[in-house]
Design a protein around this ligand. Structure first.
Ligand SMILES: O=C(CO)COP(=O)(O)O
Length: 258
């Protein structure tokens, strides 16, 4: 099995203007000073308006974090008011772009077909998409979480190549765990993450499934990350609320080992 470097990514959601973003990244850099950057890749995902400021700080201070966007347009250019394209994000030095976060699926009516276009747009711009998926509470109560998330995976990966799939990050974020404080148990998270990796193997190859990273998101904190990351098929975390607190996010970046 290939070595997969854990990814700890902070999704800031709709928080912080660009000045607040600079302050937060500076504090985070300080909090990260004793961190082993070889143990995990650390990413922040601020709002679009902050990316240029974060780029300047990361480049200027040679910070060992990477960054990305919370969304990417399905379109490359043209008459698409309000959209931000993959090439624009790549030009700003972004490594990652989220695609299909449950908040975009819910509040902006994004479906698997659109998420699929966004995943392909990210790959086309040499960004790594972080494909978000996960079931709501009703699906979980019915015990259909595996089939539900596998269907989302297949829908989002239509026409994605094996080479691309090998670079993919899939974030399993059960909707009922997001912002609720109700983190999935390590076993529950592993059940779905293992099934997602298994399906990547069936759709592509064992090699692709072995290098793609599958991460978990939903109420991850420094006191619960160790159990989550200890699971065989979980390669990191997508963190919301806790990513806005520099000390707490730095502890997460150290995988809760202190
Ligand atoms: O949605 C999330 C990350 O994308 C998770 O958010 P919380 O960590 O605040 O639950």
């Amino acid at each position: 099995m290939a070595e997969r470097k854990p990814l700890i990514a902070g999704n800031w959601k709709l928080n912080n203007n660009h000045l607040e973003a600079i302050a937060l990244v500076q504090k985070l850099a300080f909090s990260l000073k004793d961190t082993d950057f070889d143990a995990a890749e650390i990413a922040v995902l601020p709002p679009f308006t902050n990316l240029r400021s974060v780029q300047t700080l990361v480049d200027g201070d040679k910070l060992r974090i990477v960054y990305g966007a919370q969304d990417v347009s399905a379109h490359e250019k043209g008459a698409y008011t309000g959209e931000v394209s993959g090439p624009m994000l790549a030009k700003l030095g972004c490594t990652y772009a989220l695609a299909g976060h449950s908040e975009r699926r819910e509040y902006h009516r994004e479906d698997d077909a659109l998420v699929n276009q966004k995943v392909k747009a990210a790959f086309a711009a040499d960004l790594t998409p972080i494909l978000c998926l996960g079931e709501g509470l009703d699906v979980r109560k019915a015990g259909d979480q595996v089939s539900h998330t596998l269907a989302q995976l297949e829908g989002a990966l239509k026409d994605v190549t094996a080479e691309q799939a090998a670079r993919l990050v899939v974030a399993y974020e059960p909707v009922w765990a997001i912002g609720t404080g109700e983190v999935a148990t390590p076993d529950d998270a592993q059940e779905v993450c293992g099934a997602l990796r298994g399906r990547l193997g069936e759709l592509y190859s064992d090699e692709a499934a072995g290098t793609a990273r599958v991460i978990y998101g939903g109420s991850v904190k420094s006191d619960n990350i160790a159990g989550i990351i200890g699971q065989e098929d979980i390669d990191g975390a997508l963190v919301g609320g806790a990513s806005l607190k520099p000390d707490e996010f730095a502890k997460l970046a150290r995988l809760g080992r202190e």
